[in-house]
Design a protein around this ligand. Structure first.
Ligand SMILES: Nc1ncnc2c1ncn2[C@@H]1O[C@H](COP(=O)(O)OP(=O)(O)OP(=O)(O)O)[C@@H](O)[C@H]1O
Length: 335
């Protein structure tokens, strides 16, 4: 990324009808909104031709899309804490470089008004087929399921992206692995492409918890940053003496594999309509499997989920073991 995060670099261009946004020297037309998060809106944008040959020459080809369209995330910031979080998201996103991790192409933060009012603009490649979560909702309503081959290929790519983060020095945990953070692209006659996104919660993975107050602090942080149905047991109920590592993500990965198979997260499914405590279901590893002949997944896929959903973190595999296993299943089940 070749730009600074300070300064008045992103500006709405009122003179051109209010539909344009500048990020540093690049000007984009907002076409439509494609998503929404907690404090963020995501737009489909198209880049204008650079204003000058010099500006054109300065563009990094790795940061330019073929058809000029991108996803632009606009984050509304109202406090110093939110500003720090966005800066951290930008810093962490810039660390990784892997085909299954969504790259941050460009960014700018502008001051709006007041003490801490800012807007951040983050530019990404766009994936218009949506997330695994969007797909799951559609498939659930149609009672459709992915084939074993699609499940394995989607999952393998997520694992490859995560392996890049876990192999970093120091290892990073994504902390919010879930279907809503996996963009999916379908190309006719080709395997689906899965891209892990949203590094807003990613942090160095290893933590030595040595007191009750450190344990409570971690639980509080997790309650804010790790989506509840996918949150590992040790982040709900952390002992006063614990060595936390990147295997919190392996738990979320196990939940996500279940969700790719059945279009619903495992512990929400286990609770069913009668409800109950999600935390209890998770810390007890209380799994339940959908009955019926459909979808016809091999038993090995269920065992794979169970292997990752070990309530004791030390019993869980590391990402390299998970990748080896998914490769083995792919060799067996893909024609
Ligand atoms: N690159 C992209 N291409 C296509 N759609 C995207 C892209 N990035 C984000 N979206 C859409 O925008 C939605 C919100 O994006 P994102 O998850 O980054 O926001 P967020 O504020 O972090 O959300 P949350 O707090 O719910 O995790 C996504 O669920 C997805 O539907």
């Amino acid at each position: 990324m070749g730009c600074s995060i300070s300064g008045l670099n992103a500006l709405y261009d009122a003179a051109t009808g209010g539909g344009d946004v500048w990020i540093n020297e690049r000007r984009f037309r907002v076409l439509r909104q494609i998503g929404e998060g907690g404090f963020a809106f995501v737009y489909l944008v198209r880049e204008h031709q650079p204003a000058s040959d010099a500006a054109f020459a300065r563009r990094d080809p790795a940061h330019v899309s073929e058809d000029g369209t991108y996803a632009m995330k606009k984050v509304l910031i109202q406090s110093k804490e939110q500003l720090d979080l966005v800066r951290e998201e930008i810093r962490v996103s810039s660390l990784f470089n892997h085909p299954n991790l969504l790259p941050l192409l460009d960014h700018a933060i502008i001051a709006v008004k007041g003490d801490w009012s800012h807007e951040a603009y983050l530019l990404f490649p766009v994936h218009l087929d949506g997330t695994l979560f969007d797909n799951a909702n559609i498939m659930l309503s149609r009672r459709e399921f992915y084939s074993t081959a699609d499940v394995l290929q989607i999952f393998q790519q997520m694992c490859e992206g995560l392996k890049h983060m876990h192999s970093f020095d120091p290892p990073y945990a994504h902390n919010d692995v879930k279907p809503g953070n996996v963009l999916i692209t379908w190309r006719k006659g080709q395997a689906p492409v899965a891209t892990l996104m949203d590094f807003g919660s990613a942090r160095p993975a290893r933590k030595e918890i040595r007191s009750r107050s450190e344990a409570l602090q971690l639980q509080e942080w997790a309650a804010e940053h790790c989506s509840a149905p996918y949150r590992a047991p040790e982040l709900w109920d952390c002992p006063s003496h614990a060595d936390i590592d990147e295997r919190t993500d392996i738990w979320s990965l196990g939940c996500t594999l279940f969700a790719i198979m059945y279009n619903v997260s495992p512990f929400e499914y286990a609770l069913g309509e009668s409800g109950g405590s999600l935390q209890l279901a998770i810390v007890n590893g209380q799994l339940k499997w959908p009955a019926g002949p459909k979808p016809p997944y091999p038993d090995e896929l269920r065992h794979f989920v169970i292997w990752m959903l070990q309530p004791e973190a030390v019993m869980r595999p590391h990402i390299s073991d998970v990748v080896l296993h998914v490769d083995k299943l792919i060799a067996k089940y893909l024609p």
